[in-house]
Design a binder for this molecule. Structure first.
Ligand code: 5RP
Length: 218
């Protein structure tokens, strides 16, 4: 119950960063849903939005935002999204909602990435939350085998297909020492579309809300 309240207030605070005529990248998830609702009041103040997923796109359509095609936008001014876990260096595990590919593309195309989270998402070390990995369906068994060889415990997400027709493997117990290196190594396996480790695409600012109120971490 409190977690929802914190998601609401972190997303409300992020509205302070919205500039006139800017292009805003929209993440996916329940925190972002609060953000979209707050952003509604500014929909004529901004140039438009780019969505990270079909789920967010449908909500943005419902609220009649000016929706821009990612391919027609050179740079996104500001990307707002949440995370499943975020560490002190603003590296994250994302993809709990399965939208990691669109999210990583938008994060890469953005001048600034603000991560909005309730305080429970802040961790000293990433890895308690399973790392989502989007894979091409025919690579599932190959990738699972590779992950088992790394000492991890991969579970295929049931009844879930991504916006791009792919599958998600949730990876438990993967040893994370060097996050950047691990992200790069996993990216090299054929069949992996996106790894839910956001090390290269870490956030620039983290707005967190909790018992003691809002904190802006830079
Ligand atoms: C979706 C994500 C979300 O940012 C993450 O799962 C957090 O979601 P929520 O705001 O619902 O807690 O990465 O793919």
């Amino acid at each position: 119950m409190y977690q929802e309240k914190y998601k609401y207030s972190a997303s409300l605070f992020s509205i302070n960063y919205i500039k006139k005529n800017s292009i805003i990248g929209i993440g996916t998830g329940s925190t972002v849903l609060h953000f979209i609702k707050h952003l509604r009041k500014l929909k004529y103040f901004i140039k438009g939005v780019v969505s990270s997923s079909l789920k967010s796109l449908n909500i943005l359509k419902k609220y009649k935002f000016c929706i821009l095609n990612c391919n027609n936008v050179k740079k996104i001014d500001l990307y707002i999204d949440s995370a499943d876990e975020i560490d002190n260096n603003f590296m994250m595990i994302k993809g709990g909602g399965g939208a990691l590919t669109g999210e990583k593309i938008l994060a890469s195309k953005s001048k600034k990435f603000i991560c909005i989270v309730d305080e429970s998402k802040i961790v000293k070390k990433l890895g308690k939350f399973p790392i989502p990995i989007e894979v091409i369906p025919m690579s599932i068994s190959y990738i699972k085998e590779k992950l088992i060889n790394l000492g991890a415990f991969p579970i295929l997400r049931k009844n879930f297909t991504t916006d791009y027709g792919n599958k998600i493997i949730d990876v438990y117990n993967l040893k994370i020492n060097n996050i950047l290196k691990l992200e790069k190594e996993l990216n090299a396996y054929p069949g992996i579309v996106t790894v839910g480790l956001f090390a290269k695409q870490s956030a620039d600012i983290c707005i967190t809300s909790g018992k003691l109120g809002i904190k802006i971490l830079k």
